[in-house]
Write a protein that binds this ligand. Structure first.
Ligand code: PMT
Length: 221
């Protein structure tokens, strides 16, 4: 059994991908399955934490002993995360959150107009939940963890993102065939605001989750 080193702690985890509706049948979304966030939830519960899992559009069974809150859009995810974060010791944002949403929602299905080019889709910015949680720190000492899925200049982008978001830890994973979005495995470097860089070798998403909790536990109290 895992060491109960998160006993007495409340942790909040976001998982999955937001969907930003365009009309009753369409949305802007992404390829997140929720597996990495659910692995974080299962491992935290096994280490004794009270876990709130804010889940966006996943098709995974609820982990045992975890409070699951559903959120569809970035705005809904923000509400759920901020509410749960108010008394949390740690917040881990594994969800892929849309940076933008359609400026307008069409209440009827958007039709193609014969002989006319399609209308461009106007977008507006979504709130940055991770930056808001990190800037607000609902409790002193709250540990805030972000994820970053990158395709190019992975570490350089990760280091810049860590500073921009103001979190304590940023888990940088490179988008690839058998890792990151949708797969059972992952590989990452965990960047610390203290300058530490912890590589986590290719393996099950649980193994990365355990490493994240080791680093969180070391930063609690
Ligand atoms: O779900 P899986 O299929 O298992 O895949 C896991 C994963 C690839 C989704 C996960 O490991 C991961 O990397 N999640 C973050 C995806 C991402 O690209 O994030 P980002 O670089 O857009 O955002 C950086 C961080 O800010 C993330 O912690 C994100 O949750 C947060 N964010 C982003 C935008 C926004 N408006 N609000 C946010 O809080």
């Amino acid at each position: 059994a895992a060491a109960p080193d998160l006993a007495g702690r409340h942790v909040v985890i976001s998982a999955g991908g937001t969907r930003e509706p365009l009309d009753p049948v369409r949305f802007l979304g992404n390829r997140s399955s929720g597996k990495q966030g659910y692995a974080l939830a299962r491992t935290a519960a096994a280490r004794g934490a009270r876990v709130t899992l804010v889940s966006a559009n996943t098709a995974l069974p609820d982990p045992a002993g975890v409070d699951v809150v559903r959120a569809g859009t970035a705005v809904e995810l923000r509400e759920a995360v901020l509410r749960a974060a108010a008394d949390a010791d740690a917040v881990v944002m594994a969800a892929a959150v849309a940076d933008f949403r359609p400026a307008e929602y069409a209440t009827g299905k958007i039709k193609k107009q014969e002989g006319r080019d399609p209308e461009p889709i106007a977008l507006v910015r979504n709130p940055d939940i991770l930056a808001e949680v990190a800037a607000g720190r609902a409790r002193p000492g709250q540990v805030v963890v972000g994820f970053a899925a990158e395709t190019d200049d992975v570490l350089a982008n990760g280091r810049a993102k860590l500073k921009r978001k103001g979190c304590d830890l940023l888990v940088v994973n490179e988008v690839g065939e058998r890792k990151t979005f949708g797969s059972e495995e992952n590989e990452a470097v965990v960047l610390g605001a203290d300058g530490t860089e912890t590589p986590v070798p290719y393996g099950p998403k649980e193994a990365l989750a355990e490493k994240v909790w080791d680093l969180v536990v070391a930063r609690l109290e």
